[in-house]
Design a protein around this ligand. Structure first.
Ligand code: UTP
Length: 453
């Protein structure tokens, strides 16, 4: 019975509200929420177990990184070719995590529907789908797309794909799966009521990808389709080079279970996690995990020591996910303080400071025996849309997208005025060389908006 279940979780205050027939508590909502909760896990979290512990920084050193210059070296071709072979054999899937709440952007829709491109205002989902379509055409092999949603945005996400005919992808090659939810709690460990009369829950973080893949059956689907490697990325980066063959090939040929792309940090203070080696294992140290000695550490030449900023792009072997999800190993839970909209004892709207629990995908890195870290150039591959204004906003991202495409054309000899805004469809070119190969180079002077379809 519901009340009994709540009491077992130490949540007698909600059981009492149900018993008293309180008007602002919904039995149906609470039942639905409890259904989703992994009760033993929640009990442990409230008791302070399974939580993330900061590593001792004394054991930390920079991780080896393959420099960005490698991509133009002759040795890189062997790895790129291997990546291309895997793609043309249908061994690679793309997986985008899109279950986040997008609270900083402050929109009431899945982030993937936001129009991000500089000229056509294509949505993130359209842009990613077109890249996958272009790759599937290039390698004459459908590349399946797995989309992680959350309870809050699953229906809207699917509707968006359906309304746009899956942006040209075959619906049989697109798989949606829903991540898990966890109840937020007060600092004393009590569940918080939502304004809808249920429990206030939050998605379990992008680390929830692993368990959600398993629970949804998508992990089996990956296996059935002969997929060996998963290209993991976040929905909010329009510059992501999906299934980049060099990255796929490096990760696979070097026998890694999970690999990462990094960019050079802009400054010591840039708040991104860095890839480091802790007791011989590669991992991401969050900005908050670093003390000032680490943050400001320099090498022999006075250059930043921990410069390798993670951009949340990973290759993950399918059998590594199987191993992790098939064992008792769990990703650690990070606690974050947040403002929670709730109701007071008379059912009136109010807010409290509470705690949400989340897991992060990069905490799987140290569980990998082998990991490859590849540096890429920020201006080519990372322009995230996180904030309404200022850094990492729609505005900065559109400028970066336009600048990249402008640079491709300029390299090909096109003259482009300063005020021009440029957008090249992924269906026209995934990289500069595709433009020439397909005869898509525009007239030699460009002034104003330019879209190459
Ligand atoms: P962020 O940490 O940037 O969160 O997620 P967010 O939800 O997009 O934005 P804020 O922090 O609320 O403003 C990075 C990526 O991880 C996904 C997001 O959708 C985004 O692609 N994510 C995050 C999930 O899929 N699930 C989660 O529980 C959290």
């Amino acid at each position: 019975m519901l009340e009994e279940k709540l009491r077992q979780l130490g949540q007698g205050h909600i059981a009492r509200l149900l018993e008293s027939g309180s008007a602002y508590v919904s039995r149906r909502e609470i039942a639905r929420d409890l259904e989703e909760i992994d009760a033993p896990l929640v009990r442990e979290l409230i008791a302070g177990r399974f939580l993330y512990e900061e590593p001792a920084v004394t054991a930390v050193k920079p991780a080896p990184v393959i420099p960005a210059s490698f991509s133009s070296s002759p040795e890189s071709s062997r790895f790129r070719r291997h990546g291309e072979t895997l793609l043309s054999q249908g061994r690679v899937a793309a997986l985008v995590v899109a279950g986040g709440q997008g609270s900083r952007l402050g929109i009431d829709a899945p982030k993937g529907v936001v129009g991000v491109t500089p000229v056509r205002r294509k949505s993130l989902f359209q842009l990613h789908a077109e890249k996958i379509l272009a790759l599937s055409n290039k390698y004459a092999q459908p590349i399946p797309l797995f989309v992680m949603t959350s309870r809050a945005n699953d229906a809207d996400t699917k509707d968006f794909f359906t309304a746009h005919s899956f942006f040209g992808l075959n619906p049989d090659d697109v798989f949606f799966f829903v991540q898990g939810m966890l109840p937020s709690i007060t600092p004393e460990g009590s569940f918080v009521l939502s304004r809808e009369g249920g429990l206030f829950m939050n998605p379990d973080g992008h680390g929830g990808t692993l368990s959600a893949l398993k629970k949804s059956g998508c992990l089996d689907t990956l296996k059935e389709r002969g997929i060996e490697e998963i290209f993991y990325f976040q929905v909010d980066n329009p510059l992501v080079s999906i299934c980049d063959p060099l990255f796929v090939g490096l990760h696979s040929l070097k026998g890694a279970q999970m690999s990462s792309k990094v960019v050079r940090k802009k400054s010591f203070e840039e708040k991104v996690g860095v890839i480091a080696e802790v007791e011989g294992r590669t991992r991401v140290l969050e900005y908050s995990d670093m003390n000032d000695d680490m943050r400001y550490a320099v090498d022999g030449e006075g250059e930043m020591l921990y410069w390798a900023g993670s951009i949340a792009i990973h290759m993950i072997r399918r059998d590594f996910v199987e191993t992790l999800t098939g064992s008792a190993v769990r990703l650690p839970f990070h606690k974050a303080l947040k403002t929670i909209p709730t109701v007071d004892s008379r059912g009136r709207p109010t807010e409290i400071q509470g705690i949400k629990f989340e897991t992060f995908i990069f905490d799987a890195l140290p569980m990998a025996e082998k990991s490859v870290t590849l540096e890429v150039l920020r201006e080519r591959e990372f322009a995230p849309v996180k904030n309404r204004t200022g850094e990492d906003s729609l505005e900065t991202s559109r400028i970066m997208q336009s600048n990249l495409h402008r640079s491709w054309l300029e390299d090909l000899g096109v003259n482009i005025s300063d005020r021009s805004i440029v957008e090249i469809s992924p269906l026209a070119a995934l990289e500069k060389d595709d433009l020439r190969a397909r005869g898509k180079i525009p007239p030699m002077e460009v002034d104003g908006e330019l879209y190459i379809p």
